[in-house]
Design a protein around this ligand. Sequence first.
Ligand code: VG1
Ligand code: CO
Length: 544
Amino acid sequence: MTLRTVATRPFPGQRPGTSGLRKKTAEFEQPGYLENFVQSLFDVLPGTAGKTLILGGDGRYLNTSAAQIILRMAAANGFGRVLVGRGGLLSTPAASHLIRRHGALGGILLSASHNPGGPDGDFGIKFNAANGGPAAEALTEAIYRRSGEIAEYRILDVPDIDIGRVGTVRLGAMQVEVIDPVSDYANLMERLFDFERMRALLRRGSFCMRFDAMNAVTGPYARAILEGRLGAPAGTVMNGEPLPDFGGHHPDPNPVHAAELMAIMSSRDAPDFGAASDGDGDRNMIVGRGFPVSPSDSLAILAANAKLVPGHADGLKGIARSMPTSRAADRVAAAMDLPCFETPTGWKYFGSLLDAGRVSLCGEESYGTGASHVREKDGLWAVLFWLDLVAARGEGVEAIVRDHWRRFGRHYYSRHDYEEVEAGQAGRLMADLRGRLGGLAGRRLAGLDVTLADDFAYRDPVDGSSSEGQGLRIVFGETARIVLRLSGTGTAGATIRVYFELYEPDPARHDRPVQEVLAPLIALAEDLAGIRRLTGRTRPSVVT
Ligand code: VG1
Ligand code: CO
């Protein structure tokens, strides 16, 4: 067994985005590409000697071969122990839990999350720190700087080890523990929710649910928890086998990409409750019969009903949402007299608030919801939360949402994505609008008064760190908002995201088509930003 030091040269562009480093699979397949990034990470960590590392991924193409390389590199870099999910699998929230439970230095997650996988798709790598949460900007920037000067990496010269079976293997001086990816996570869920109550609901012949794992990582988790511990009938979980190309699915749980589930939920004999998760298991979509729940509403509804589930029986400390997420949660926070925080997009900003005990629930408009039990958004957790609410209230998904709107008003909400726009064009469009924001406040546009127009900047109230340039927002008081930002997870060109929100307090007006209600704001955004004019796109690539 020999430790090899391999000479290498920097690859440009190894800068993590909103959540990890994501590139086309082919880029990751270049010899040394993965190794360079991993060595850069190990080089900037505060000491790896004798430490514990958690390792897993979402099962996509390259997952297991990358895991083997990382195991050999971890051994060569002095780690004492690596816990790896059997078959190289771990969902992102399960990994977050394991990091915390085992006092690990951190965890490496092989995933490009909701991006498609396979040789022609995307691959990615995320690092979560000792608190279980995504690496903070200071660390990801340090990795990036290191990747620009790296000259060698260290690796053990040994054959692949068997990670397909639970057990312990030695790799040099390091111990590799292959663990069941599901059991610890499932035990945690049992402590947070009333499994007896959900079991009774699922046993009732009249209640039926469907969970779409989209051939990504949540299949084994959902089967073990829903069909196993909760006794839902076999077949409740669809597309439950993790596949290297996700069976051709785009594992993004929204009504556009989870079309198969949406068709089932809109059919004549639709189940009562539908749900889906993404590639790495941190996102969730909740659907009633023919009734998708907007993720921003979902956060607000979970907050308003939190006391009904055992994990939050003592109430909430506060709520946080990412800036583009609708302000539905803010209304709940105000009514419950709770602190409410607005952070930049990406889960890494919630970590310090959760660590400091300032908030208990967090959410994003992009189908991500989570809480203080881990430091990640958590797809299955959100599904169980909803299921437990349905059981506790004895009402269906749609009834719960409509009741919430009646009490708090409805925030009509939509996101329009323009994907694979030429990067220079997208940058100019944003710079141009940013330059004109200063003149907008005080003007009346589309019949609404602009009260604020700025480029969102955030100062973390716990550690004082600041992040600028987090999205252009045009705010019309409490009534409406338009937000524009560039995605930090795409791998081809630039993706422009435009977010629309309009508040409607009147229950008599809660049944209108979303795009129709938002049409004046959509037209105004076009007038202001000129997306069609400047990019030649006639319509968004995806509307959610
Ligand atoms: C997107 C979402 C953001 C989410 C991020 C990571 O980022 O908008 O809310 O936190 O993906 O999610 P962006 O920069 O493309 O808008 V995951 O589930 O892909 O790790
Ligand atoms: Co994800």
